[in-house]
Structures are given as C-alpha cells and as structure tokens.
Design a protein around this ligand. Structure first.
Ligand code: GLN
Length: 451
C-alpha cells in the first residue's frame, strides 16, 4: 500500500497539490520496512498496521512542520504530536504527509491556503471542498489509503462529499483535540476520511480515546464502532428535514437524497419528512461563534512564540501588527475582525450572546427530532463541487454553502457523508446521515446499509 501511495504521489501530486509536506521517500520506505518486520514477527497487529495515512496540516506532528496552510506557521515544527495521531502511530500507521487545507481551516474550498489550491481529482477544474480538501483529494486520488480531517462546520463531510469519499465527524468530545491547532474550540472535532464506511468505523475506533489533556474529552463506554457494520436497518426510523430539501438545494442533489431514502426504505427503514425548525439561523449563529472563538484562539500567533516574524519593525506593537498583517491571509483576517467585533463590549449581548442562545435552541430542536428518529438523512452540501475561483469572490455565498453541515457542529452531533450518485457533470454527490450525541453506531449502520 505504501508503494502504491508513493507512486500515485509521484504521478499526480504536481497537478492535484493535496499535500503541504510529503515525507522523504527514503524515510517512508525505511518506516514501512520497520513496520513490516513487526507485522511479520507478530509484534504489530491490527487493521491499520503499515497502512499509509495522510494527516491534515492543523494536527501537530513532532519533527514535521505543521503549517495550518498559513504563512504565519511556515516553519513551525511542533515539539509534540496530537493525541489522535499518536493513537494512529500506536496502531502502526505509516504517516506519509501533511495535507493542504484552507488557512486555519477557515473556508470551504481549500483555496485560502498559502500553499496553493488543491484540485478535485474527479475534475481538476473544480475545488475539492474544504477545509479538509487536501485530505479528501489525497484519498480520492489514491495518494494515501485514508486521511484525518477536522470538522468545525462541515470541513470533513463537505470535502468528502465533493470528492466522492466517506467522511465522518464524531460526537464532540470523542476524539481528543490535544494537538489540533484550534479554530472554534467548542465546535472542532477530528475525524476519519476514507474510501468506505468500514474503513471510517475502523479508523474512528483507533483514534477515539478519553484524553485528560483535552478538558472536553469524554470517557465513552462504546469504542467498538465496527460492531455497527451490520447492514441491518430494519425498523430504523429515519427523518428527512423538509427544511433541508427546499430552496437553494440543487435538483440533482435533491434527487440523490430521495434515491438514498428509497434504497433504505427497501431495506426496511421507515423514512418520513419532518420540520426541523431554525435551520436558517444556523449560519449566522455559527459564523458569530466560530469567528469569536477564532479571534481569541489566533491571538497567540504574534511573532514571538511561533513561526513567522516580520523582518523589520519599530517596537513591540509594530512587530505584532506587521507580523500578523503579513502572516495571515484575507479570510483569516476577516474572521478575526468579525470575531473581535462580536466579542467587544456593547456588541457582545447583541451578537455573541444571541448566537449562543440560538445554538441552544438548535440543540433543542435536534433533541426533539431524535425522540422520534434514529437518524436524520439529508444532503451534505447544496451543490456538487464548484469550479475553482467561483467561491473566492463571494464569501457570503461560500458561507451559505455550509447550511446542512454546521448545525451538526453547533449541536455537537455525529455526522457522516457517504457518496450517492453522480450528477450530470460526473461529479459526486454526498449523502449525509446525522445521529444523536454518542449514537455514531446508528449513522454507521445507516451509512453502511446505504453505500
Ligand atoms: N466552511 C466553514 C468555515 O469556513 C467550516 C470550516 C470547518 O469546518 N473547519 O468556517
């Protein structure tokens, strides 16, 4: 598998640009041989042993630079490794590189990266989605066997949907955020991106753990996610929010969701439509909360502690100002300004507090839905992958594209995107399954029965 991934990297990477950093071929080969020896003598077992994985470049990897696709972290080499990546290393995974992303995970297309755009392997004129676009494209192009992504408002599920792979965001607290460079701390979750649901469940089983180093980590009783790979959806109650099927949804995507519903019905599930109110408030609430948290989280990048520092300056404040002006890209600056504004006294109540209240109401609406349904079914994104360049000129349009994914983060729920049919342009359509908190097994069951 390692050789196949490296061959694909050699052949395709110049065009697709999935990675910010690829390990040296010799280093990968040496590591692969070391792991193979352990597999042969029986000291290393398990499904991920020796399998090549790509890691999104916002997860710290000791000794390998971790850039968040930003200029400000161009030469940042962490002194420790993220817990989720450590869990992979313990399972004998072979880390072959760090994948491209939107700068600090802010974006939906991987076009805000300082290291160039990533292209969609299905059609190189289109974006791979984002912010985990490099991870999704690397899996789709065979430049790794699977990848890790992070999802604050859809960044695993949406690129998975655009690239025709499976991507899963676990319940908040399931995978440790220790060593994940924070964007919106109350929303961020690491999750698997892979070719199929079986791989995703297997990877999740490996990366999920209780970690006292992350104060929001949850000690769960069930880490046996693969036990849900049964294909049995008889009697499963599935709800489709009417609000997810209306205005703004591409007709071909809508048809693919209805086709998925039909397939599950044929397998014995009970599918019906219902009203999930408040959907329209999710986007403003999310962009207020995520930007507020980002403005605070990104305060640490000041030219003193990490990475880039401006070359010439007069005094400390001028150094901060020049470093941050030169080090951050336009989308990141936009979020920092928005976040600082909504947190400032005088506006805090009107925006930030209101957004938090909206978040609580959205959670309540989902709680109510899960009294009736085991799983919620809908699209992962309103359209298939847009063309390169289309979204950059219109950030509001880009934000609106997050409509079906962000409420899942606001409510802390698990969600998975699985490839449905292709549209008439030959681009993949993602079908999303959403579960109640800690009910990953329900969405794994539904997704596995569907794929
Ligand atoms: N597109 C959303 C944003 O820009 C989601 C990003 C993410 O999940 N990291 O904030």
């Amino acid at each position: 598998a390692a050789n196949a991934a490296m061959d694909a990297i050699n052949a395709l990477e110049d065009n697709f640009n999935c990675y910010v950093t690829v390990q040296e071929r010799e280093a990968i080969q040496a590591k692969a041989e070391e792991l193979q020896k352990k597999i042969d003598d029986g000291t290393l077992t398990g499904p991920l042993a020796g399998v090549p994985v790509a890691v999104k470049d916002n997860m710290c990897t000791k000794g390998t630079r971790t850039t968040c696709s930003s200029k400000i972290l161009e030469n940042f080499e962490p002194t420790y490794t993220a817990e989720a990546v450590l869990n992979l290393e313990k399972a004998g995974a072979l880390i072959i590189g760090k994948t491209n992303m939107d700068e600090f995970a802010m974006g939906s297309t991987t076009e805000t990266s300082h290291y160039g755009v990533t292209k969609n392997p299905w059609n190189a004129e289109h974006v791979p989605g984002g912010s985990s676009g490099g991870s999704a494209a690397a899996v789709a192009a065979g430049e790794c066997s699977y990848a890790l992504g992070s999802d604050t408002g859809g960044s695993i599920r949406q690129p998975a949907s655009y690239c025709g792979i499976v991507g899963m965001k676990p319940t908040y607290g399931t995978v440790s955020r220790y060593g994940l460079i924070a964007y919106g701390s109350s929303l961020d979750q690491i999750g698997p991106m892979a070719k199929d649901v079986t791989d995703c469940a297997t990877i999740l089983e490996t990366i999920a753990s209780y970690d006292p180093k992350d104060s929001t980590s949850v000690k769960r009783e069930d880490y046996d996610f693969t036990s849900a790979l049964t294909e049995d959806v008889k009697g499963m109650r599935i709800g489709i929010p009417k609000d997810y099927m209306g205005e703004g949804l591409d007709e071909e995507v809508k048809a693919a969701v209805l086709l998925a519903a039909k397939k599950l019905e044929e397998k014995g599930a009970i599918v019906e439509e219902f009203d999930l109110s408040l959907v329209e408030y999710a986007i403003p609430a999310y962009y207020v909360i995520a930007s507020a948290e980002a403005s605070s989280n990104l305060a640490r990048f000041d030219g003193v502690k990490y990475g880039y520092r401006t070359e010439s300056y007069e005094g400390l404040h001028n150094m901060y100002k020049k470093t941050r002006s030169e080090g951050f890209g336009p989308e990141v600056k936009r979020r920092i300004m928005l976040g600082s504004f909504v947190l400032s006294s005088g506006y805090y109540d009107a925006y930030y507090l209101k957004a938090l209240r909206t978040k609580a109401l959205i959670k309540q609406a989902f709680d109510k839905a899960f009294e009736k349904y085991d799983v919620i079914l809908g699209p992962a994104a309103p359209t298939t992958a847009p063309k390169l360049g289309e979204s950059l000129s219109d950030p509001i349009k880009m934000y609106l594209g997050d409509i079906y994914t962000i409420s899942v983060n606001l409510a802390g729920l698990p969600g998975i995107s699985v490839p449905g049919s292709l549209d008439s342009k030959g681009l993949p359509i993602g079908i999303q399954f959403i579960g109640d908190c800690f009910k990953e097994k329900n969405i794994i069951r539904a997704a596995y029965a569907f794929e």
